[in-house]
Design a protein around this ligand. Structure first.
Ligand code: UDP
Ligand code: MG
Length: 139
């Protein structure tokens, strides 16, 4: 199936370091249209639910701590092939492995604090977008 939308979060480290504008600029420059956008903060219950697929992993506790420690910027993005193209734009999970010029190469500190989230499938993009936004917030 062709995909048109993905979901992203600029994670707490990106907000703390003042990288919101620079990262949104890269997203725009890569041809994504912003369908929905807001600054918000996840509760512990939010983060545990959002990352439930990882709840058996050794890093789960740290991940929940990290994702709840300050505000994030959540967004739904639209573009042909959005899910795959956005994963390419952000780069590998570990910034040490991320390609030059990718958002994680530029702005991520470590595999844990890696600046941005990007959905990994059409199905998860829809679930994650709906987790953060109501229909009235999507344009
Ligand atoms: N993560 C971590 N340690 C790891 C792998 C992942 O702290 O060894 C964190 C990291 O913030 C990552 C998130 O858990 O972005 C979700 O992991 P996933 O494997 O889904 O990576 P992503 O899809 O974000 O590239
Ligand atoms: Mg993932």
């Amino acid at each position: 199936m062709r995909t048109d939308r993905t979901f992203t979060m600029l994670k707490p480290d990106s907000v703390e370091k003042g990288h919101i504008g620079a990262i949104l600029e890269k997203i725009n420059a890569a041809g994504f249209r912003i369908v929905a956008l807001k600054e918000t903060q996840m509760t512990t219950a939010d983060a545990e639910a959002f990352y439930a697929v990882h709840n058996e992993r050794p890093f789960f506790g740290e991940l929940v701590e990290y994702m709840t420690r300050g505000p994030i910027v959540a967004a739904i993005l639209e573009k042909d092939n959005a899910v795959d193209d956005f994963r390419t734009l952000i780069g590998a999970t570990n910034p040490a492995d991320a390609a030059e010029g990718t958002i994680r190469k530029l702005y991520a500190a470590s595999i844990g604090e890696n600046a941005v989230h990007g959905s990994d499938s059409d199905e998860n993009a829809a679930i994650e977008g709906a987790f953060h936004f109501s229909g009235r917030e999507m344009f």
